[in-house]
Design a protein around this ligand. Structure first.
Ligand SMILES: Nc1ncnc2c1ncn2[C@@H]1O[C@H](COP(=O)(O)OP(=O)(O)OP(=O)(O)O)[C@@H](O)[C@H]1O
Ligand SMILES: [Mg+2]
Length: 460
C-alpha cells in the first residue's frame, strides 16, 4: 500500500528533495491516485478510498480552511508587521491636525506589493477610531480627480453629519460639494464627461450651492471645498482625512491643483489632511507639479520587512491557530520572500497548505516553494507582463539582462543596439503602466520586486 509500485502513472519527480516518507503532500496526491476509481462495486471503491486516505486522516495535517495568510492586492494581512514606526508617526499627525497644529500631508512610497495600500487602510482605521471623517480614492491615469474627490469627501461628511449640531451648516457644505462635483471642469476627463452626457448626480440630497468651489478651475475649487469641509470637522474638534492611493497616476494638472490646495490648508491650519500612497517616483511626480511639494509632503518610504518583522508576520497568525514554525522554516521563507510582504503572504499560504503538521519545517517550505512561485508567475508577475506590448517587453527584458539594481537607460539602449531616444516611447508607456519607474535621472528600475528574475526565467 505504501510503495510506489502501487501508484500507477508515477511520472513527476517529487519536487525539492528526498526522504520525507511517509507523509509528504506529494505522497498525499499520490495516495489519491491509489483509489480504485474503476472498482467493481461501490463497497470496493470506498474500501480503496479509505485505505488511500487513512495515512492523511491519521496525520494532524494542516487545515487549509484555517490558513491565515492573505496574499492579494490591498488584502488586510493577518498581522500588520514591522510598521510600528509609521503607525506611531501617524498617531502624532492625527493629534496635531485635530489640535490645529501645522502638519504636512503624509505620502507613502514604495514598490509594488510592499504594503502601501494596507498601511493606508490602517491609517484610515486609526482616523475613524478618532471619529474623524474619512474618504478614499484610487487615482486612475487620465481621469480627473474631481468626481472621486467629491465622492470621498461626501463619505467623510456623512460620517461627521450625525454628530454635528447644526444641520444647516452640513447642508450648506454638502451643497458646495454638489456644485463642486457638477462643475464643468477645465480638466480633460471632466470636460469630456460634461460634453458626453447627463451631468453626474452625486447622490447628494440637497440643492447645489452655486458660486463656491464650482468655477471649473480645479485649483480654486479644491481650495474652497477643502476649507469648507475642514470647517465642519473643526466644529467637532476632529479632522478629515482624504486618502489617495496610486497617487502617481493623478494627471499633472490635477497634481498641481492638489498641491496648491494642500498648501493653502497647511497655511490656514484647517484640519483636513491628504494622505497619499504611490510608487517610488511619486515625489518626482509631485515636485513636477509644484516645486515646493518637498516642503508640503512628508515622505515615508515603505520598504520590505526586516527578518524579525517577516518572521512575526508569519508566526503571529500561526500562533493563533496553535501552529509553530521551526527556525529553519522561517529562514527558508525569508530567503524566498526576501521580506517583501506580498511574497511573505504568498509563500506562507502555500507552505501552510503543504505542511502536514506543526511545527512547519524547512522541508515543507522547500516542497511548497515551486507551487508558490508558479502562482506568483501567473498572478503577480504574469498579469503585469501581459499588459506590456512586444516593444515594451523587449525593453524590460533588456533591463532584466542588466541586473536587479536600477540601470542606466543608455545601457538598455546599448544592449538593444538602439539609440536611447528611439526607446523613449516604450519607456514612457512602461512608466505610465506602472511597471517601471525612473529612480534617478537617466536610470530606470522595475516597480515590481523580483521582476527581473521572473523575466530572466521566461523563454524568449
Ligand atoms: N506589514 C505587513 N505585514 C504582513 N503582510 C503585509 C504587510 N503589508 C502588506 N502585507 C501583505 O502584502 C500584500 C500586498 O499589500 P498591498 O496591496 O498593501 O501592497 P501595495 O504596496 O499597495 O502594492 P501595489 O503597489 O501593487 O498596490 C497583501 O497581501 C498584504 O496582506
Ligand atoms: Mg496598493
Amino acid at each position: 500500500m505504501t510503495t510506489a509500485a502501487h501508484v500507477p502513472g508515477r511520472t513527476a519527480p517529487r519536487p525539492g528533495g528526498v526522504g520525507r516518507a511517509p507523509h509528504s503532500p506529494f505522497d498525499d496526491r499520490m495516495a489519491l491516485r491509489r483509489v480504485d476509481w474503476d472498482a467493481p462495486s461501490s463497497a470496493a471503491f470506498y474500501r480503496s478510498l479509505e485505505a488511500a486516505l487513512e495515512p492523511r486522516i491519521e496525520s494532524d495535517g494542516m487545515d487549509p480552511v484555517r490558513n491565515p495568510y492573505a496574499p492579494g492586492a490591498g488584502q488586510r494581512p493577518p498581522e500588520l508587521a514591522g510598521r510600528e514606526r509609521e503607525l506611531r508617526q501617524f498617531e502624532v499627525v492625527l493629534e496635531r491636525v485635530a489640535r490645529g497644529r501645522p502638519e504636512r500631508s503624509t505620502v507613502l512610497t514604495g514598490l509594488r506589493g510592499v504594503g502601501k495600500t494596507v498601511l493606508l487602510n490602517a491609517f484610515r482605521s486609526m482616523a475613524i477610531q478618532r471619529l474623524w471623517g474619512t474618504g478614499k480614492i484610487e487615482a486612475r491615469p487620465e481621469q480627473s480627480i474631481r468626481r472621486p474627490v467629491a465622492a470621498a469627501l461626501h463619505m467623510a461628511l456623512r460620517e461627521l453629519a450625525p454628530r454635528h449640531r447644526a444641520p444647516d451648516r452640513i447642508e450648506h457644505v454638502l451643497g458646495v460639494l454638489k456644485a463642486f462635483a457638477q462643475a464643468k471642469s477645465d480638466d480633460g476627463a471632466g470636460a469630456k464627461a460634461a460634453k458626453g452626457g447627463p451631468r453626474w448626480q452625486p447622490g447628494i440630497d440637497v440643492p447645489a450651492v452655486r458660486g463656491r468651489a464650482d468655477s471649473g478651475d480645479l485649483e480654486i475649487d479644491l481650495m474652497e471645498l477643502f476649507v469648507d469641509a475642514a470647517s465642519i470637522a473643526t466644529d467637532l474638534g476632529v479632522g478629515i482625512a482624504l486618502f489617495i492611493d496610486e497617487m502617481q497616476d493623478i494627471t499633472p494638472d490635477d497634481i498641481s491643483a492638489l498641491c496648491t490646495a494642500c498648501h493653502e490648508l497647511s497655511q490656514n491650519g484647517g484640519p483636513l489632511i491628504v494622505v497619499g500612497a504611490g510608487l517610488p517616483h511619486l515625489p518626482a511626480v509631485l515636485s513636477a507639479g509644484k516645486s515646493y511639494s518637498e516642503r508640503l509632503f512628508s515622505y515615508t518610504r515603505i520598504d520590505r520587512l526586516s527578518r524579525s518583522a517577516a518572521d512575526y508576520a508569519l508566526t503571529a497568525p500561526a500562533d493563533e491557530e496553535g501552529v509553530d514554525f521551526g527556525p529553519e522554516a522561517l529562514e527558508a521563507l525569508y530567503r524566498v520572500s526576501d521580506g517583501f510582504p506580498f511574497f511573505v503572504q504568498a509563500y506562507g499560504k502555500v507552505t501552510w497548505d503543504h505542511a502536514l503538521r506543526s511545527p512547519i519545517t524547512a522541508e515543507d517550505v522547500e516542497i511548497a516553494a515551486p507551487e508558490a512561485e508558479e502562482e506568483l508567475a501567473v498572478g503577480f508577475f504574469g498579469s503585469r507582463y501581459e499588459r506590456a506590448t512586444p516593444a515594451e517587453r523587449d525593453y524590460m527584458r533588456a533591463m532584466a539582462s542588466l541586473g536587479d539594481e536600477p540601470v542606466q537607460t543608455t545601457d538598455v539602449a546599448t544592449s538593444l543596439g538602439r539609440r536611447p531616444s528611439s526607446l523613449s516611447p516604450a519607456r514612457d508607456s512602461l512608466i505610465k503602466k506602472g511597471l517601471v519607474y525612473s529612480a534617478e535621472r537617466g536610470t530606470i528600475a522595475f516597480t515590481v520586486p523580483h521582476f527581473g528574475r521572473f523575466l530572466r526565467r521566461q523563454p524568449d
